[in-house]
Design a protein. Sequence first.
Length: 153
Amino acid sequence: MAKRIRSRRHGRGVSASELAQMGVCERLVLFEHQRGERHTAQQLQDLARGRDAHDGFHRQGQAEEARRGRCFVATLVFGESPETQVLRDFRDQVMRPSVTGRRLIAAYYRMAPVACRLLMQRPGAIHVVRCMLRPLVWLAARHLEVGRVRHDR
């Protein structure tokens, strides 16, 4: 029966909710598969409200990402990690205040999406780039530490 559900959903697997429902009432699943699933008006309203809430959450996440700034390669290589945050802090505190730094950032924003696409095509290269970036992350963290010590005096 799982194969029928999978083919009916055009290649998607069976969700956890569907598996739980199968355990509760196999006859209901078979009936819905043969005759189609029917929702009450309240269920349709709840589904619409859930989709709206999900869309709002997604938009909020996109706005947060835009506010935080982009760090394409670091996010691809390290994910949302302390290393990525160090590079963002270095960009914002050290590079952004100068004209040259802003130009370098703008050039990076133009080139980084292409670099990320190339890296995603070669997963082994991600490991190499990670190894290359680690010393730069260490240097950036060290520079930020020294700057904080000077600022605190």
